[in-house]
Design a protein around this ligand. Sequence first.
Ligand code: IMP
Ligand code: MG
Length: 178
Amino acid sequence: MKNPQLRVLISDVEIQKRVTEIGAQITKDYKEGDLILIGILKGAFIFVADLARAIHRPVRMDFMGISSYGKGTSSSGEVRVTKDLDTSIEGANIIIVEDIVDTGVTLSYLIGLLHNRKPRSIRIAALLDKPERRLRPVQAAYTGFSIPDEFVVGYGLDYAEDYRGLKDICVLSEGEES
Ligand code: IMP
Ligand code: MG
């Protein structure tokens, strides 16, 4: 990308406030039973770490690696499991924790896959949602922010593996050549 420009879309303060609210809602919604947060690597690693600490009841954690985007900003439409769960989810309540629902291709594939393993319930927590881009009907029970169709980075999200460590969520665009 030539001369990349970053513009803050959602500040770290806004993100933390919303994550705290979602954690409180999940705490209320799950009064009993095992609860496993399944973080989708790599993009959700910061969100899932903050969310786990905002939930005030015991949670277990597991992770799955999924690759659906190549190195650019548009989806290849292909979903590949690069790392599977380490633990059984049979009989447990699970929340799939994802950075962003874009086309919905990744999550609709994942829900089908995890459903076959007989959890007690499956819900999605997505930090970001780009509803305009949806190709598959995926509905998150917990959504941080709905955003317009712009490419964002930071707070775990990358462009070609860069920018994951930014505290804010920023729009990445190609600037004028200087
Ligand atoms: P979906 O299968 O199209 O819903 O793709 C979801 C995945 O695409 C997310 O988990 C992200 O890894 C990636 N993705 C979609 N939009 C963005 C974006 O704006 N910035 C960074 N990654 C994105
Ligand atoms: Mg991802």
